[in-house]
Design a protein around this ligand. Structure first.
Ligand code: 9D3
Length: 245
Protein backbone atom coordinates (compact mmCIF):
# COMPACT_ATOMS: atom_id res chain seq x y z
CA UNK A 1 0.00 0.00 0.00
CA UNK A 2 1.23 3.46 -0.94
CA UNK A 3 0.52 6.73 0.83
CA UNK A 4 1.40 10.07 -0.73
CA UNK A 5 0.97 13.19 1.39
CA UNK A 6 0.76 16.75 0.06
CA UNK A 7 1.55 19.37 2.71
CA UNK A 8 3.32 22.66 3.38
CA UNK A 9 4.69 21.11 6.61
CA UNK A 10 6.45 17.87 5.60
CA UNK A 11 8.47 17.91 8.86
CA UNK A 12 5.32 17.06 10.84
CA UNK A 13 5.40 13.57 9.30
CA UNK A 14 9.01 12.65 10.10
CA UNK A 15 8.66 11.28 13.66
CA UNK A 16 5.30 9.47 13.39
CA UNK A 17 6.46 7.66 10.24
CA UNK A 18 9.84 6.77 11.76
CA UNK A 19 8.55 4.95 14.85
CA UNK A 20 6.90 1.68 15.83
CA UNK A 21 4.45 -0.03 13.54
CA UNK A 22 4.63 2.37 10.58
CA UNK A 23 8.42 2.26 10.59
CA UNK A 24 8.48 -1.55 10.65
CA UNK A 25 5.88 -1.84 7.90
CA UNK A 26 7.91 0.49 5.67
CA UNK A 27 11.09 -1.48 6.39
CA UNK A 28 9.27 -4.70 5.44
CA UNK A 29 8.16 -3.07 2.19
CA UNK A 30 4.46 -3.60 2.94
CA UNK A 31 3.91 0.12 3.14
CA UNK A 32 5.43 3.22 1.58
CA UNK A 33 4.82 6.81 2.64
CA UNK A 34 6.05 9.68 0.49
CA UNK A 35 5.65 13.24 1.73
CA UNK A 36 5.56 15.97 -0.92
CA UNK A 37 6.11 19.64 -0.15
CA UNK A 38 3.36 21.75 -1.73
CA UNK A 39 5.80 24.68 -1.88
CA UNK A 40 7.84 22.74 -4.48
CA UNK A 41 4.86 23.15 -6.82
CA UNK A 42 4.50 26.88 -6.24
CA UNK A 43 5.76 29.28 -8.89
CA UNK A 44 6.79 32.91 -8.73
CA UNK A 45 9.52 34.68 -6.84
CA UNK A 46 8.00 34.03 -3.41
CA UNK A 47 6.73 30.48 -4.05
CA UNK A 48 3.51 31.53 -2.33
CA UNK A 49 0.96 28.80 -1.57
CA UNK A 50 -1.56 31.20 0.00
CA UNK A 51 -3.23 34.50 -0.83
CA UNK A 52 -5.80 36.91 0.61
CA UNK A 53 -9.49 35.98 0.33
CA UNK A 54 -11.64 37.52 -2.40
CA UNK A 55 -14.42 39.50 -0.73
CA UNK A 56 -12.16 40.31 2.18
CA UNK A 57 -11.98 38.83 5.66
CA UNK A 58 -9.50 37.40 8.14
CA UNK A 59 -6.54 35.20 7.29
CA UNK A 60 -5.27 33.58 4.13
CA UNK A 61 -6.60 31.02 1.65
CA UNK A 62 -4.61 28.21 -0.01
CA UNK A 63 -4.12 28.97 -3.69
CA UNK A 64 -5.46 26.47 -6.24
CA UNK A 65 -2.49 26.43 -8.68
CA UNK A 66 0.22 24.82 -6.48
CA UNK A 67 -2.26 22.36 -4.92
CA UNK A 68 -3.65 21.18 -8.25
CA UNK A 69 -0.16 21.11 -9.80
CA UNK A 70 0.97 18.89 -6.89
CA UNK A 71 -2.10 16.61 -7.15
CA UNK A 72 -1.56 16.19 -10.91
CA UNK A 73 2.22 15.89 -10.66
CA UNK A 74 2.08 13.20 -7.98
CA UNK A 75 -0.88 11.28 -9.46
CA UNK A 76 0.62 11.26 -12.97
CA UNK A 77 3.03 8.45 -12.06
CA UNK A 78 0.49 6.41 -10.03
CA UNK A 79 -1.80 3.72 -11.43
CA UNK A 80 -4.96 4.04 -9.32
CA UNK A 81 -4.60 7.01 -6.98
CA UNK A 82 -7.50 7.79 -4.62
CA UNK A 83 -7.34 11.47 -3.67
CA UNK A 84 -8.50 12.45 -0.19
CA UNK A 85 -8.74 16.02 1.09
CA UNK A 86 -8.51 16.24 4.89
CA UNK A 87 -10.98 18.96 5.79
CA UNK A 88 -13.31 19.97 8.64
CA UNK A 89 -16.14 19.86 6.06
CA UNK A 90 -15.47 16.22 5.19
CA UNK A 91 -17.39 13.08 6.14
CA UNK A 92 -16.38 11.86 9.58
CA UNK A 93 -13.83 9.02 9.59
CA UNK A 94 -15.19 5.72 10.95
CA UNK A 95 -13.68 2.24 11.21
CA UNK A 96 -15.93 1.24 8.28
CA UNK A 97 -14.42 4.01 6.14
CA UNK A 98 -10.93 2.98 7.29
CA UNK A 99 -11.64 -0.61 6.19
CA UNK A 100 -12.88 0.64 2.81
CA UNK A 101 -9.73 2.75 2.29
CA UNK A 102 -7.51 -0.20 3.22
CA UNK A 103 -8.67 -1.96 0.03
CA UNK A 104 -7.19 0.79 -2.14
CA UNK A 105 -3.71 0.52 -3.61
CA UNK A 106 -2.66 4.18 -3.38
CA UNK A 107 -3.99 6.96 -1.19
CA UNK A 108 -3.08 10.58 -1.89
CA UNK A 109 -3.71 12.73 1.18
CA UNK A 110 -4.04 16.48 0.69
CA UNK A 111 -3.57 18.57 3.85
CA UNK A 112 -5.07 22.04 4.02
CA UNK A 113 -3.72 24.92 6.11
CA UNK A 114 -4.67 28.56 6.72
CA UNK A 115 -8.31 29.62 7.10
CA UNK A 116 -9.21 27.31 4.25
CA UNK A 117 -8.50 26.30 0.67
CA UNK A 118 -9.82 27.83 -2.53
CA UNK A 119 -13.22 26.20 -3.14
CA UNK A 120 -12.21 25.05 -6.65
CA UNK A 121 -9.65 22.60 -5.18
CA UNK A 122 -12.56 20.37 -4.09
CA UNK A 123 -13.21 19.49 -7.76
CA UNK A 124 -9.78 17.83 -8.00
CA UNK A 125 -10.15 15.27 -5.19
CA UNK A 126 -12.24 12.08 -4.84
CA UNK A 127 -13.44 12.56 -1.29
CA UNK A 128 -13.22 14.81 1.73
CA UNK A 129 -12.62 13.41 5.22
CA UNK A 130 -12.74 14.94 8.71
CA UNK A 131 -11.53 13.07 11.80
CA UNK A 132 -14.05 14.61 14.18
CA UNK A 133 -15.82 17.68 15.45
CA UNK A 134 -12.95 19.60 17.00
CA UNK A 135 -10.63 22.20 15.51
CA UNK A 136 -7.13 21.30 14.33
CA UNK A 137 -4.56 23.69 12.89
CA UNK A 138 -4.45 21.86 9.58
CA UNK A 139 -4.94 18.52 7.86
CA UNK A 140 -1.54 17.03 8.79
CA UNK A 141 -2.48 15.31 12.06
CA UNK A 142 -5.69 14.10 10.43
CA UNK A 143 -3.66 12.59 7.57
CA UNK A 144 -1.47 10.79 10.12
CA UNK A 145 -4.60 9.41 11.80
CA UNK A 146 -5.80 8.07 8.43
CA UNK A 147 -2.37 6.55 7.68
CA UNK A 148 -2.14 4.87 11.09
CA UNK A 149 -5.69 3.51 11.09
CA UNK A 150 -5.55 2.27 7.48
CA UNK A 151 -2.04 0.79 7.78
CA UNK A 152 -3.16 -1.42 10.69
CA UNK A 153 -5.58 -3.18 8.34
CA UNK A 154 -3.00 -3.85 5.62
CA UNK A 155 -2.03 -7.55 5.84
CA UNK A 156 1.32 -8.00 7.60
CA UNK A 157 1.48 -4.57 9.24
CA UNK A 158 0.04 -5.73 12.57
CA UNK A 159 1.13 -9.09 13.98
CA UNK A 160 -1.33 -11.99 14.16
CA UNK A 161 -1.41 -11.57 17.94
CA UNK A 162 -2.65 -7.97 17.94
CA UNK A 163 -5.00 -8.38 14.98
CA UNK A 164 -7.38 -10.26 17.30
CA UNK A 165 -7.82 -6.98 19.17
CA UNK A 166 -8.69 -5.43 15.83
CA UNK A 167 -11.46 -7.95 15.41
CA UNK A 168 -12.91 -7.30 18.86
CA UNK A 169 -13.17 -3.60 18.04
CA UNK A 170 -15.19 -4.34 14.94
CA UNK A 171 -17.58 -6.47 17.02
CA UNK A 172 -18.60 -3.04 18.23
CA UNK A 173 -18.06 -3.35 21.99
CA UNK A 174 -15.51 -1.67 24.25
CA UNK A 175 -12.57 -3.71 25.49
CA UNK A 176 -12.68 -5.64 28.75
CA UNK A 177 -10.26 -4.54 31.54
CA UNK A 178 -6.66 -5.74 31.29
CA UNK A 179 -4.29 -6.57 34.16
CA UNK A 180 -0.68 -7.62 34.48
CA UNK A 181 1.72 -8.13 37.41
CA UNK A 182 1.80 -7.35 40.28
CA UNK A 183 -1.25 -9.11 41.75
CA UNK A 184 -1.59 -6.23 44.23
CA UNK A 185 -0.71 -2.63 43.35
CA UNK A 186 -1.20 0.07 46.02
CA UNK A 187 -3.88 -2.08 47.63
CA UNK A 188 -5.67 -2.63 44.29
CA UNK A 189 -6.19 -6.31 43.49
CA UNK A 190 -6.42 -8.19 40.21
CA UNK A 191 -9.91 -9.79 39.94
CA UNK A 192 -9.79 -13.37 41.29
CA UNK A 193 -11.33 -14.87 38.16
CA UNK A 194 -8.24 -13.88 36.12
CA UNK A 195 -6.00 -15.85 38.50
CA UNK A 196 -8.31 -18.89 38.55
CA UNK A 197 -6.97 -20.56 35.41
CA UNK A 198 -10.57 -21.33 34.42
CA UNK A 199 -10.56 -20.23 30.79
CA UNK A 200 -14.30 -20.59 30.25
CA UNK A 201 -15.04 -18.43 33.28
CA UNK A 202 -12.41 -15.87 32.24
CA UNK A 203 -13.93 -15.63 28.75
CA UNK A 204 -17.40 -15.15 30.23
CA UNK A 205 -16.18 -12.49 32.70
CA UNK A 206 -14.41 -10.58 29.92
CA UNK A 207 -17.47 -10.66 27.69
CA UNK A 208 -19.67 -9.40 30.55
CA UNK A 209 -17.17 -6.63 31.37
CA UNK A 210 -17.19 -5.57 27.70
CA UNK A 211 -20.97 -5.46 27.68
CA UNK A 212 -21.18 -3.53 30.98
CA UNK A 213 -18.51 -1.03 29.97
CA UNK A 214 -20.22 -0.40 26.69
CA UNK A 215 -23.55 0.07 28.46
CA UNK A 216 -21.98 2.52 30.90
CA UNK A 217 -19.57 4.48 28.66
CA UNK A 218 -20.91 4.13 25.11
CA UNK A 219 -24.54 2.91 25.15
CA UNK A 220 -24.86 4.25 21.57
CA UNK A 221 -22.58 1.40 20.41
CA UNK A 222 -24.91 -1.35 21.68
CA UNK A 223 -27.46 -0.80 18.90
CA UNK A 224 -24.95 -1.85 16.22
CA UNK A 225 -22.84 -4.32 18.25
CA UNK A 226 -22.91 -8.09 17.82
CA UNK A 227 -24.84 -9.01 20.96
CA UNK A 228 -26.85 -12.24 21.38
CA UNK A 229 -30.47 -12.32 22.58
CA UNK A 230 -29.29 -13.91 25.83
CA UNK A 231 -26.77 -11.08 26.36
CA UNK A 232 -29.47 -8.48 25.65
CA UNK A 233 -31.68 -10.07 28.32
CA UNK A 234 -28.74 -10.15 30.75
CA UNK A 235 -28.00 -6.45 30.12
CA UNK A 236 -31.68 -5.49 30.45
CA UNK A 237 -31.82 -7.27 33.79
CA UNK A 238 -28.62 -5.56 34.90
CA UNK A 239 -30.12 -2.19 33.94
CA UNK A 240 -33.27 -2.71 36.05
CA UNK A 241 -31.29 -4.04 39.02
CA UNK A 242 -29.02 -0.95 38.93
CA UNK A 243 -31.51 1.69 37.79
CA UNK A 244 -31.38 3.43 41.20
CA UNK A 245 -27.59 4.11 40.84
C1 9D3 B 1 -10.11 29.34 12.00
C2 9D3 B 1 -10.83 28.80 10.83
N1 9D3 B 1 -11.99 28.00 11.18
C3 9D3 B 1 -13.18 28.86 11.27
C4 9D3 B 1 -14.06 28.42 12.37
C5 9D3 B 1 -12.25 26.99 10.18
C6 9D3 B 1 -11.15 26.00 10.11
C7 9D3 B 1 -10.30 25.95 9.02
C8 9D3 B 1 -9.27 25.03 8.98
C9 9D3 B 1 -10.94 25.10 11.15
C10 9D3 B 1 -9.91 24.19 11.10
C11 9D3 B 1 -9.07 24.17 10.03
C12 9D3 B 1 -7.94 23.21 9.97
N2 9D3 B 1 -8.43 21.82 10.12
C13 9D3 B 1 -8.24 20.91 9.20
O1 9D3 B 1 -7.61 21.18 8.20
C14 9D3 B 1 -8.80 19.58 9.40
C15 9D3 B 1 -9.59 19.05 10.47
C16 9D3 B 1 -10.09 19.61 11.67
O2 9D3 B 1 -9.88 20.79 12.03
N3 9D3 B 1 -10.84 18.80 12.48
C17 9D3 B 1 -11.12 17.51 12.19
N4 9D3 B 1 -10.69 16.96 11.07
C18 9D3 B 1 -9.93 17.72 10.23
S1 9D3 B 1 -9.31 17.20 8.79
C19 9D3 B 1 -8.59 18.63 8.44
Amino acid sequence: MQFHVLTIFPEIFASPLAASLLKKAQEKGILSCTVHNLRDYATGRHRAVDDTPYGGGQGMVMKPEPVVAALEGVCQSLTTPWRIFLSPQGKMLTQAKVAELAHRETLVLLCGRYEGVDERIRLFVDEEISIGDYMLSGGELAALVVIDAVARLVPGVVGRHESVENESFSHGLLEYPHYTRPEEFRGLLVPDVLLSGNHAEIAMWRRQQSLLRTLQERPDLLAKAEVTEEEKRWLAQFKTENSSQ
